[in-house]
Design a protein around this ligand. Structure first.
Ligand SMILES: [Zn+2]
Length: 323
């Protein structure tokens, strides 16, 4: 195999940046610019994962595995070499594009009063929150033009799922939240499907880096639930974007000792509670303590706050949560 494209790919994706984008944190510095941290490839309790950013290599003294960014992608995503290359190429291509897209949508938010009104109705009101969540608005009918003008080829925009096969913006009249490697869009109009993602993984837990350090973490299923809690001062909150956690999100919740307050919707058909109980069992098997938070029937955290609930009342729900 020709080495040159591989070397280029490795140059374009520094191992340290890739690790940090996958929630790895350097724990302590070593000599010659190297770092130690917890191993993301096995259950690690004291830092045994060494990273040498100047050589773009890692080695774990716990599980004995090591190599370059491609090897890391293979092990981390549990895929074979060609798939690891494909994932890395996609990651390299999509990240800068999504960055550009969310910048564009953030500008649009302040130009469209319907978007601001909708956010207000859903309890997302403070400028700090809009900034923290990097909330944007996709009016539709203008993203494609903007990006092609910047030199992004149409084919790439289609592949990323930002433009439909027939050439229209995929996100139309949607509040947009950037995720890691994806984009969540909530429709303003009742006639369109409410939720939209780009094809591909939804990523890890939302804003995990902030929530991770708390001994007690509140887990919600929607970003508007996250928004009202954050705005009410609960910064130990994270969101799984649905009641089904992917393997990565599950691993994140288990990456240290903590209590997880499962705060899924109190649907009338009981599906939120069922999902919470099921997740609670799996977490307990991994030694994580859990509490099931009961909201009034028919409510989710968002509607609870929007319809007048306050931080003190929500705090009482947390305190009343049963194991
Ligand atoms: Zn290891």
């Amino acid at each position: 195999m020709n080495r040159q494209p591989l070397d280029e790919l490795k140059q374009q994706i520094p191992l340290m940046g890739y690790l940090q984008a996958h929630d790895w944190h350097p724990a302590r510095p070593l000599s010659r610019g190297r770092w130690m941290g917890l191993c993301p490839l096995h259950e690690d309790h004291k830092p045994s994962f060494l990273v040498d950013p100047s050589k773009n290599l890692f080695y774990c003294y716990g599980c004995g595995r090591g190599g370059d960014v491609i090897r890391f992608a293979e092990l981390y995503h549990q895929v074979k070499f060609p798939q690891a290359l494909a994932l890395l190429r996609q990651w390299r291509g999509v990240e800068p594009l999504l960055h550009e897209v969310s910048r564009f949508y953030r500008v649009q938010l302040h130009r469209h009063s319907e978007a601001v009104t909708y956010l207000y109705q859903r309890g997302a009101r403070s400028p700090e929150l809009i900034e923290h969540m990097r909330v944007g608005y996709a009016p539709g009918g203008c993203l494609r033009g903007w990006l092609t003008q910047l030199g992004y080829p149409l084919q790439g925009l289609r592949q990323a799922g930002l433009v439909t096969d027939v050439g229209y913006d995929a996100y139309v009249r949607r509040i947009v939240f950037p995720l890691e490697g994806n984009l969540y869009g909530r429709s303003l109009s009742a006639s369109a499907p409410p939720h939209r993602f780009l094809p591909g993984a939804k990523g890890g837990l939302y804003a995990w880096v902030q929530a991770q350090s708390y001994p007690e973490v509140i887990l919600v299923e929607g970003l508007f639930d996250y928004a009202v809690l954050w705005e009410a001062g609960f910064h130990n909150v994270t969101c799984s974007l649905g009641t089904h956690l992917n393997a990565r999100q599950f691993r994140q919740l288990c990456d240290g000792p903590r209590t997880v307050y499962l705060t899924f919707d109190a649907d009338r058909n009981g599906s939120g509670q069922q999902a919470a109980q099921c997740l609670s069992r799996s977490l307990r098997e991994r030694g994580i303590s859990t509490r099931l938070v009961s909201l009034p029937e028919g409510h989710d955290p968002n509607s609870f706050f929007v319809q007048g609930g306050d931080a003190r009342q929500f705090q009482s729900l947390l305190e009343a949560a049963r194991p």
